[in-house]
Design a protein around this ligand. Structure first.
Ligand SMILES: *[C@@H]1O[C@H](CO)[C@@H](O)[C@H](O)[C@H]1NC(C)=O
Ligand SMILES: *[C@@H]1O[C@H](CO)[C@@H](O)[C@H](O)[C@H]1NC(C)=O
Ligand SMILES: *[C@@H]1O[C@H](CO)[C@@H](O)[C@H](O)[C@H]1NC(C)=O
Ligand SMILES: *[C@@H]1O[C@H](CO)[C@@H](O)[C@H](O)[C@H]1NC(C)=O
Ligand SMILES: *[C@@H]1O[C@H](CO)[C@@H](O)[C@H](O)[C@H]1NC(C)=O
Length: 439
């Protein structure tokens, strides 16, 4: 039985709190430099981030708890993204919107253009911008789409007769928001996209609390019909790659490269799979996991790709820590613990993580193997969340919640840090290679 040691909480809180505290913007907080079709990326938790999730947790345990419950909600969002291609847009009346962003980029919207921050979400189809960051009335090119627009019927399964604009209600956290399907010019780095379709999100007249609105917008890079990729096929040819910097990175040192230009030519890839059960998500075929050099024995159903249930493995940007289906997670974790076993080190659990160590440990590599010969070997920074003093650490993965019927393995953002991850939809492949993120 694994039990948390109370001292762990205190030590972790003291050691890691500064990482999550808002820094006074100094010279370390460099301005982004966006070039061509490449946007620089900033981790949302960075001390330089103007849009850090609030309220700031007061201890590291609170932080871990907040992050795990945020990942748990994200998981429900991902596994409920069921549907056919026509109605796969996760912005629909009464639905809740998630702001489980991990990385943000700069964009501008409207004429004259208004700069704002957008979260990058590869598992969302829709894009939306909050009225706190974008003023439609100040843009001469803004259009609120009418109910009669065919686009409106993609968002609202049952369009409301006798309405003037394509408006619907959303919930965010516990607030209700009103949204309007809109179009305007979107500017990304030096590219411009005319008549880009998105939702404008405002506080609901019924509960006009300005704090209830997300501070930044969201750019949906999934595969459904309203996503950025689907709207920019001539420009970006459904191809992009990113490199996520460490969560602690103080500046915009990550990058999102849109379009086939400047993508890595020689990169190992695995086939991109499409699951009709969740057509928007980027599925791949994970075939095994190694801990150190040893291949972990995982029951085959835990990794299988099943178009009937939606089971399989996806890449996601909005989940922070990798989630494996319970039998796969247990097998990997047990082998990991055996490797780290040390008579002077005890295993404890902390804030949703069940494999934490107090004291120096030698961490084995973890390798995800994919069909087609792609294997991704994680460095220590992708495997352990640990205190800056190095004394305390936790395996940064968890079991997928088992209260959903068709579970997926989610390769999350922390495990992708300092890797170039390429999504090449026309050629049906996903590539991964190690890269330190700088522009
Ligand atoms: C709209 O533009 C005017 C003039 O530039 C400015 O004063 C005002 O603050 C803007 N409104 C919003 C909501 O941004
Ligand atoms: C949205 O909610 C408001 C009440 O807050 C209600 O009056 C309105 O009819 C709702 N709109 C839609 C499209 O459901
Ligand atoms: C980001 O910060 C790191 C460390 O402070 C620095 O080495 C790097 O040059 C910075 N990158 C940019 C693009 O400013
Ligand atoms: C086990 O722990 C001790 C003391 O904490 C440390 O010196 C040693 O390197 C550890 N051994 C391994 C294999 O990690
Ligand atoms: C996944 O990879 C395994 C091993 O290469 C293969 O047998 C299986 O058919 C693949 N599944 C899919 C759906 O491609």
């Amino acid at each position: 039985m694994v039990r948390p040691h109370p001292l762990l909480f205190l030590l972790l809180a003291a050691a890691l709190l500064p990482v999550f505290r808002r820094a006074s913007a100094g010279s370390r907080c460099d301005a982004p430099r966006d070039r061509g079709s490449t946007l620089s990326l900033l981790p949302v938790f960075s001390p330089c981030s103007p849009v850090q999730p609030s309220p700031n947790p007061s201890s590291f345990l609170d932080t871990l708890n907040a992050l795990s419950s945020r990942d748990a909600s994200r998981f429900i969002f991902l596994t409920s993204a069921v549907g056919n291609r026509r109605h796969s847009v996760p912005v629909a009346s009464g639905r809740s919107i998630f702001q489980s962003s991990t990385y943000v980029a700069r964009a501008s919207l409207g004429t004259p253009s208004q700069p704002l921050l957008v979260a990058i979400d590869i598992s969302s189809d829709a894009s939306w911008f909050p009225s706190s960051a974008f003023s439609p009335t100040n843009s001469s090119t803004f259009v609120a789409l009418p109910c009669t627009s065919p686009l409106c019927s993609q968002v609202l399964a049952t369009p409301i007769s006798s309405c003037t604009s394509c408006a619907f209600n959303l919930t965010y956290a516990s607030s209700s928001l009103s949204a309007t399907l809109s179009q305007d010019s979107l500017f990304l780095a030096t590219d411009s996209i005319n008549s880009f379709t998105f939702a404008t999100v405002a506080t609901s007249p019924a509960s006009p609390n300005p704090n209830s609105i997300p501070p930044q917008g969201l750019l949906g890079l999934a595969r459904g019909s309203l996503s950025l990729l689907s709207q920019t096929k001539p420009l970006y040819a459904s191809t992009f790659s990113y490199c996520f910097p460490s969560f602690r990175s103080p500046n915009f040192s990550g990058s999102l490269r849109l379009g086939p230009m400047n993508q890595p030519k020689r990169i190992r890839t695995t086939p991109l799979l499409s699951n009709p059960h969740r057509p928007s998500l980027y599925y791949v075929n994970m075939t095994g996991v190694r801990v150190g050099s040893r291949r972990v024995s995982i029951p085959p159903p835990a990794l299988v790709f099943d178009p009937k249930t939606g089971a399989g493995t996806i890449f996601d940007s909005g989940t922070m820590f990798t989630r494996l289906v319970a039998p796969a997670y247990t097998a990997v974790r047990d082998e990991f613990r055996r490797r780290v076993a040390n008579s002077t080190t005890t295993v404890s659990s902390l804030g949703g993580f069940d494999t934490c160590f107090n004291g120096p440990v030698t961490v084995p590599t973890i390798t995800f193997e994919f069909d087609g010969g792609l294997s991704v070997t994680l460095a220590e920074e992708n495997v352990m969340i640990h205190s800056s003093s190095g004394g305390l650490s936790c395996l940064a993965m968890a079991a997928a919640p088992d209260n959903v019927n068709a579970v997926v393995n989610v390769i999350a953002s922390m495990q992708q840090v300092n890797h170039r991850v390429l999504f090449d939809v026309p050629n049906g492949r996903v590539g991964v290679s190690r890269e330190r993120c700088t522009m």
